[in-house]
Design a binder for this molecule. Structure first.
Ligand code: RUB
Length: 323
């Protein structure tokens, strides 16, 4: 049985009360820690099964941000590490891995700010899209260094995450202008740098982020404006190394229009899109700045992916599905 508390966290992620790839990942790690504390399992085996249920529930909430499965993988590795140990040790290992993930994640966002700020110049006008803690960390760190910057934020329809960014930037004292999403090309010549976050980065360097990011990247490329992505290493997607595609979440049409008034209208509402590596100047990670084409090596180093083993895993999955 999954507890009410865990159900609530899963529901909050699904309904976007908790949103943004980094926050989703930390909430998932926290949920696993809470589930560990609440567990009434009497044997390590029962405990592992309980945690598997919790993981499955969390994984079902939103499909695009790879930070979610990566956080769960990171915490669950505790079960493998403590394999054969008593129940108490197992629970302790899992809890400390969850805490470690949350701590590392917060530190990574800070480090990205410090590193990325070095690429922001005094007087820059920066355009940002949606609401990314990693992207805002760069902007706020540059402002704290005394650089006189201005920010243009999009609305980020249909969920208006741009308002969250505007609030955060204004709170930090940064002059901020809001524009509608479709006005990006109109204003791009006033912009020196675009800084956005990421939900998933593929082995070929393609960046999956809030819908509209790829159109902004195109406009930036045409106007020779730098397009910078801020992403912790757990935003890189190990499954793309064996050819799996990132699933783009399609959300409820209700976010866009009341269908009762338009019964015959077909509505599409993808929450994310893909920006090819060619349009990304560089990615700021907590381990430093990398060109998008270095995503392949970063994934190999970070996740210790042995393609053969993962391919075996995937064949296993397929067999299970076939049965
Ligand atoms: C959020 C979004 C953000 C990334 C990165 O989409 O696209 O740019 O998640 O955010 P949604 P962060 O609002 O649909 O979750 O840097 O905070 O992880």
């Amino acid at each position: 049985m999954v507890s009410v508390k865990i159900e609530k966290i899963a529901q909050d992620i699904k309904t976007m009360k908790i949103r943004g790839a980094g926050r989703i990942a930390r909430a998932a790690a926290k949920a696993m820690e809470i589930a560990t504390k609440e567990s009434k399992a009497k044997t390590p085996d029962d405990f592992s099964k309980e945690m598997e249920k919790v993981s499955k529930l969390l994984l079902k909430t939103r499909p695009t941000a790879v930070s979610l499965p990566n956080a769960i993988r990171y915490v669950s590795l505790g079960l493998k590490q403590a394999h054969g140990a008593d129940l108490w040790t197992m629970k302790k290992t899992l809890s400390s891995r969850a805490e470690e993930f949350i701590k590392n994640s917060k530190e990574a966002v800070k480090a990205i700010g410090a590193i990325g700020a070095n690429r922001i110049s005094d007087g820059d006008v920066i355009l940002t899209h949606c609401n990314s803690q990693a992207a805002l960390s760069i902007i706020k760190a540059a402002f704290k260094q005394g650089k006189r910057i201005e920010v243009i934020t999009t609305e980020s329809r249909p969920v208006w995450q741009g308002r969250l960014s505007a609030r955060d930037l204004l709170k930090a004292g940064i002059p901020t202008t809001m524009i509608i999403d479709s006005a990006v090309r109109h204003f791009i010549r006033d912009v020196d740098k675009v800084v956005v976050g990421a939900d998933s980065i593929a082995a070929n360097g393609a960046v999956v982020n809030k819908i509209g990011s790829s159109a902004i990247a195109l406009a930036a490329w045409e106007a020779r404006v730098l397009f910078i992505v801020a992403a912790e290493t757990y935003k890189f997607n190990p499954d793309t190394l064996v050819g799996k595609l990132v699933k783009i979440e399609e959300r409820d049409p209700k976010e866009i229009i009341n269908l009762k008034s338009y019964p015959k209208l077909k509505v599409r509402n993808p929450a994310f899109d893909v920006t090819p590596a060619e349009y990304v100047d560089f990615i700021v990670t907590e381990r430093g700045i990398i060109p998008p084409f270095a995503a392949y090596s970063l994934i190999k180093d970070t996740f210790e992916v042995k393609p053969d083993e993962r391919i075996k895993d995937h064949i296993g999955d397929k067999l299970k599905l076939a049965v």
